[in-house]
Design a protein around this ligand. Structure first.
Ligand SMILES: [Zn+2]
Length: 107
């Protein structure tokens, strides 16, 4: 029977790993969603627009910020989306954009 060796610094290592993970987390992106105002706005939006605004025939379960600013809860900035459409939309928005080239400066 194999015996797993005891790691004397396992707790220290786990603690440091957790600290570094917490340090990398973007707190500013999480805070807007932990507020009561957002929960109310989200519930109202899903009640008024229960279907996904992207595909149209699936019940919406998430609310998307069109301008990618989580603090902007203006009605025109919100879109009811299903999980699939929201993931796709967010993925496209966060995709690194290619460097803008100004062809007019080339001879
Ligand atoms: Zn959809």
């Amino acid at each position: 029977m194999a015996v797993k060796p005891i790691d004397p610094v396992a707790n220290v290592r786990a603690s440091r790993r957790e600290q570094s993970t917490e340090a990398m987390r973007h707190r500013d992106r999480c805070q807007p969603y932990n507020r009561r105002a957002w929960n109310v706005m989200r519930s109202v939006k899903l009640a008024v627009d229960p279907l996904c605004e992207c595909c149209g025939d699936v019940p919406a379960s998430e609310v998307h910020h069109r301008n990618a600013n989580p603090w902007d809860n203006a009605w025109s900035n919100l879109a009811s989306l299903c999980k699939r459409c929201h993931s796709r939309t967010t993925c496209v928005e966060r995709r690194p954009q290619p460097l803008a080239r100004c062809w007019a400066t080339y001879p």
